[in-house]
Design a protein around this ligand. Structure first.
Ligand code: SF4
Ligand code: SF4
Length: 330
């Protein structure tokens, strides 16, 4: 089976778990239980692992590294190292932060200056985070980013974004807000789950050097995961197996419900037993024979044609979006 040494065209970023720790302690934290399990076999990413991560990203055409966690700003020295490596290799550095650390405007500004250069930042603001994190901390990071010329967005949650309205009008009008659907808090309807997985656009580095197709729950299967690509030091030579790349494309284009239907023959309806797409994915790949069945399904001529057509539509829509943005900016 051929191996790929580039990612599909829709992948431009690579995320890395810098630290499983997060001092915010939100009661709703969907990551907490997972981070605690990961911490059992996780050591913080070292400088040499960061070097291998950036070398791997560069050889696969990655344009930007996303510092993830836990809370990435709980390791400012690591961020400083990573930002230097990224800029030396002409890659951007992006992070999503809760802003728990930014208790004054000066702290926010000093931290961003010390850890940059940043290509962009996102600050999580929603009703759940703001139960534990003062909104003023978020404002400090938003203001400091704009002062330093760093593109910044607000990352919020659909239906849990009332708190965003408490920000000053000027901030709300000037900072783009990107809202994601609410996941992990209630059982979802099957039709809500039936959507492409947009997280498949960002491969993920866990345990310092293991690369997965996404940051979702499938990483917990470690090297048994159908989305485990390999280690950062081997991938530039070995490449990524064709079947893994095809699975990435399928989940990005059609999502896990479509795969569930194919593998089980069921057409589920009504309320699902899952609170997120990731839980559904885990349930699919723990079915007996799931890997073999998935490989068989993805290798069918009909599936390959469907993937190629959907990919062409996504490519065309993406180009139209880019053109629209360019027209608006000019
Ligand atoms: S800021 Fe995010 S990672 Fe940290 S405790 Fe809150 S929800 Fe969890
Ligand atoms: S839904 Fe599946 S493919 Fe998407 S992020 Fe979750 S585990 Fe990964």
């Amino acid at each position: 089976m051929p191996a790929h040494k580039v990612f599909p065209w829709f992948i431009h970023s690579l995320a890395a778990n810098l630290s499983t720790a997060c001092p915010a302690g939100c009661t709703h934290c969907l990551w907490k239980a997972r981070q605690e399990r990961i911490a059992l076999h996780h050591a913080v990413m070292t400088q040499s692992q960061m070097q291998r991560l950036v070398a791997f990203g560069k050889s696969f055409g990655i344009k930007e590294v996303v510092a993830s966690g836990g809370e990435p700003f709980s390791r400012p020295e690591a961020l400083k190292t990573l930002s230097a490596l990224c800029s030396r290799n002409l890659m951007g550095l992006h992070a999503i932060t809760s802003a728990i650390w930014a208790d004054t405007p000066q702290t926010a500004r000093t931290m961003l200056e010390k850890t940059g250069p940043w290509s962009r930042l996102a600050v999580s603001i929603d009703n759940f985070h703001q139960e534990s994190i003062p909104l003023k901390n978020c404002l400090h990071v938003l203001d400091a980013s704009r002062l330093l010329g760093i593109p910044v967005t607000i990352a919020s949650v659909e239906g849990a974004d009332d708190v965003v309205r408490e920000l000053p009008d000027k901030t709300r009008n000037e900072v783009p807000i990107v809202s994601q659907p609410l996941m992990g808090m209630r059982l979802m309807q099957w039709n809500e789950l039936d959507a492409p997985c947009i997280n498949m656009s960002v491969p993920y580095c866990e345990e310092g050097d293991a690369i997965y197709g996404c940051c979702g729950d499938l990483c917990e299967m470690r090297n048994e995961s159908p989305l485990f690509f390999g280690k950062t030091d081997e991938l530039p030579q070995k490449g990524i197996a064709e079947d893994r790349i095809t699975l990435v494309k399928y989940l990005r284009l059609f999502g896990p419900v479509s795969l569930y239907r194919e593998l089980t023959g069921e057409i589920p309806d009504g309320t699902s037993p899952f609170t997120s797409q990731c839980e559904l994915c885990t349930s699919i790949f723990t079915l007996p024979q799931a890997s073999e069945e998935t490989t068989r399904f993805l290798n069918r001529e009909q599936t390959r044609v469907r993937i190629a057509l959907a990919e062409a539509v996504l490519f065309s829509n993406t180009r139209q979006e880019v053109n629209t943005v360019n027209i608006k900016r000019s």
